[in-house]
Write a new protein. Structure first.
Length: 328
């Protein structure tokens, strides 16, 4: 059976971008057709300045939201990265496989290290080595497919290079995985700045719809979305990024393709109202289920405990084999 691994960082509250770009596919397709491992990658939240209590709170909320969105423990494995030691054990061996140069070339490293320096912080070494830990997250399970947004393509490419190099040096140990990018909603954009992606780690919440926003908050954010100077509803990411983003969100929520939907609307107001309604309806069951699960922390703990147990069992033999292969 195809094995799938994917993760979410607990660096902020989950957004509509995470849901449409990643989680929905895990829920509706991946967990049914494959052996899916879905992980809250908490170690990755430590690569930039962090508040321990916040990371702990967000890890739990993220795991609860994955279940609320519909990941079912009887179909897939949901767990927290730091509960399974094999990720960091393997990461060290992969650090001995990767080169300094190839990590410094990573676009996200360049962007995030520049950001840290600008705000007067030192750059944590883990920000540089983060893609190696991500490679370990993936390779440790013999993963075949990694469903991720376009922003992660370079990291999955590195993972493949490391797997091939390790296998060539020490004998076949790792499956070489491939990235699978979602066709629809591959990039949901910020409602206030439709040229940058709707990201949970961004500071301003005004252009970001969070999965736990109540219907009034969702409506307010969508109605205030930046549109373009024209008045005509067209789907064109270059000239009308704000309107194109709304059309794509509406299309992802309620079906229909963005070009056809553009023909249906004569004003931005009507498009915004329908988009807001569609997002509210999409998120309603997730919010309701989250409230039920949050009231039952024992259940979530048990799911995560069992998830980590299964993940550890899957990972251990491969990591042991890798240690033996390198001569330890
Ligand atoms: P973030 O960028 O929100 O910190 P993560 O790195 O935790 O997200 O990514 C979780 C998943 O959500 C990844 O597969 C990522 O590609 C996807 N994702 C994140 N933001 C968006 C977005 N705005 N549009 C589409 N997919 C997204």
């Amino acid at each position: 059976m195809t094995r799938i691994f994917s993760g979410v960082k607990p660096t902020g509250h989950l957004t509509l971008g995470n849901y449409l770009g990643a989680m929905r596919r895990w829920v509706e397709s991946d967990q049914h057709r494959a052996d899916g491992l879905f992980c809250v990658v908490d170690l990755h939240a430590l690569t930039v300045a962090h508040d321990p209590a916040r990371v702990r709170r967000l890890s739990r909320q993220t795991a609860t939201l994955l279940l609320a969105a519909g990941l079912a423990p009887e179909l897939c494995t949901v767990f927290v990265q730091s509960h399974v030691d094999e990720h960091t054990r393997l990461s060290y061996l992969l650090e001995c496989t990767a080169s300094d140069g190839e990590l410094r070339r990573m676009i996200q490293y360049k962007e995030k290290s520049a950001l840290a320096l600008r705000s007067g912080e030192s750059v944590r070494l883990s920000l540089l080595t983060y893609p190696v830990l991500m490679a370990a997250d993936i390779l440790v399970y013999g993963t075949d497919e990694v469903p991720v947004g376009d922003d992660q393509a370079q990291h999955v490419e590195l993972t493949r290079d490391l797997a091939v190099r390790f296998n060539q040096r020490y004998g076949h140990t790792f499956t070489v995985p491939k990235a699978v990018h979602p066709g629809v909603a591959a990039r949901v954009m910020d409602l206030q700045d439709p040229t940058s992606k709707m990201g949970k780690s961004h500071d301003s919440g005004a252009g970001i719809v969070y999965l736990l926003d109540d219907p009034d908050q969702v409506r307010r954010k969508v109605m205030r979305a930046v549109t373009d100077s024209g008045t005509e509803v067209v789907h064109d990411r270059e000239t009308s990024p704000g309107v194109a983003n709304l059309l794509e969100i509406l299309s992802a929520c309620s079906g229909g393709n963005p070009e056809e939907l553009a023909g249906v609307y004569e004003s931005y107001g009507a498009l915004k109202r329908d988009t807001a309604d569609a997002v509210v309806e999409l998120l309603r069951p997730v919010r309701e289920r989250h409230a039920e699960l949050a009231a039952d922390p024992g259940y979530v703990d048990e799911v995560l405990r069992k998830g980590a147990e299964r993940a550890g069992e899957l990972a251990r033999p491969r990591v042991d084999a890798a240690y033996a292969a390198v001569g330890l």
